[in-house]
Design a protein around this ligand. Structure first.
Ligand SMILES: [Zn+2]
Length: 396
């Protein structure tokens, strides 16, 4: 409850004119994004190798994504492959449809490419892929007024070939718009670089021609910023939309927005675009913002699925928002500062990025880490049914 009380006074004033306010059920679902799922998705994506459009690895990546949807409970009829050819190259997009309750024929598209070039593409664009998968997993059984299409494009690195094909042959046929699109929300290169202070995400705004859709794009980009502030710990900045899969939609006059990393990595399109060179905690945070925003765009039910008997869990008495672990990077000892002095019982874990637990302590604010080798780890502080996630760097 404390969380609502502290957030509402700040945001209600800002959002009242837009009718956009904090919805607890959206936050509860955003909180279902897990660092473990994001990390394992990224590592599995990495293990699929260089996914150049048209190669066996590229086809294997599509199958891997498809199997994820099946494991989440999506039915075969919801999953459609969209084959395309350019030059001598053939590949497929993957399109998953979840039907809306009020506007079944109007679609919110959330998309990102899965092809890579010269490297495994963990940032570009395993990051967006892993987040779209988490959003699809969490929202499968959540009623939304608008239909959602989760689209995984291929051929992006060759010049947006997959998204161009989809727009010109599926969404539009013989130049006629046959798919009623509410908006397109694209995620590309949201991985950051480990070690940077990744506390801000770019929200992409259409600032190019045709200009007929620019005002609507600016409006949804503002809504994306609002949702990021409401449902994630990240700050936002605006950059011009360019060079990724929303562009073919934009050219047709559709309404678009997207996420892109704020501190740009130099690793994409190289063999160094690896798991070790991304910041999985940043991706996790963008995942929470994405699940919040997608619910807003598709108008998910605001009815909480949490039953009254477990109200304590959804409305914790104490807040872990301001927990800090210092110094960071650390050498021999880390200190845990809870800020909220009402918290008496807490646990502290250090895990590998894969989620493997290396160390666990209860109610200790000074913890020795001298046994751990140098590297990047995840620190989890759990109290009162909440979990705070922090990145920990150890230097020797
Ligand atoms: Zn990309």
């Amino acid at each position: 409850m404390k969380k609502i009380i502290t957030i509402l006074p700040v945001f209600l004033a800002v959002f009242s004119s837009k009718g956009q306010s904090f919805i607890q059920a959206y936050q509860d679902r955003a909180n279902l994004v897990t660092q473990t799922n994001i990390t394992s998705n990224l590592q599995q994506f990495s293990n699929l190798g260089i996914k150049t459009t048209g190669t066996l690895n590229n086809a294997n990546a599509l199958t891997w994504i498809k199997n994820k949807y099946i494991s989440y409970g999506y039915s075969a009829s919801q999953i459609v492959e969209d084959p395309f050819t350019f030059g001598n190259t053939s590949s497929k997009n993957l399109v998953i449809t979840k039907t809306g309750t009020v506007y079944p024929n109007k679609y919110v598209i959330i998309c990102g490419h899965f092809d890579s070039i010269y490297g495994p593409g963990v940032n570009d664009n395993g990051s967006g892929t892993s987040i779209i998968l988490e959003a699809a997993r969490i929202l499968r059984n959540v009623p939304t007024e608008y239909s959602i299409k989760f689209i995984h494009f291929s051929g992006e690195e060759q010049g947006l070939e997959g998204s161009k094909h989809y727009v010109n042959n599926v969404a539009y046929q013989n130049g006629v718009r046959v798919l009623d699109i509410k908006l397109v929300f694209n995620l590309d290169q949201v991985g950051g670089v480990m070690g940077n202070n990744n506390n801000t995400v770019y929200c992409d705004q259409d600032q190019a021609g045709p200009t007929s859709n620019n005002a609507a794009s600016a409006a949804v980009t503002q809504q994306l910023r609002n949702c990021t502030a409401l449902y994630s710990p990240l700050q936002t900045a605006v950059d011009p939309a360019e060079d990724t899969d929303y562009i073919p939609f934009e050219r047709k006059g559709e309404v678009i927005t997207g996420f892109f990393e704020r501190i740009r990595s130099g690793y994409p399109h190289s063999s160094d675009d690896t798991f070790a060179n991304t910041d999985p905690v940043y991706i996790y945070k963008i995942g929470k913002a994405t699940v919040g925003a997608l619910q807003h765009f598709a108008v998910a039910t605001s009815a909480s699925s949490i039953v009254l008997g477990t109200k304590e869990e959804s409305s914790p008495t104490h807040s872990l928002e301001s927990v800090s672990i210092y110094p960071n990077p650390s050498k021999d000892t880390v200190n845990i500062e809870l800020s909220d002095t009402g918290i008496k019982d807490f646990s502290f874990e250090i895990t590998e990025l894969s989620g493997k637990v290396l160390l666990k302590k209860d109610n200790e604010t000074k913890v020795s880490i001298s046994a751990l080798p140098a590297g990047a780890y995840i620190g989890l502080i759990k109290a009162d049914g909440q979990t705070a996630v922090r990145k920990i760097l150890i230097e020797k």
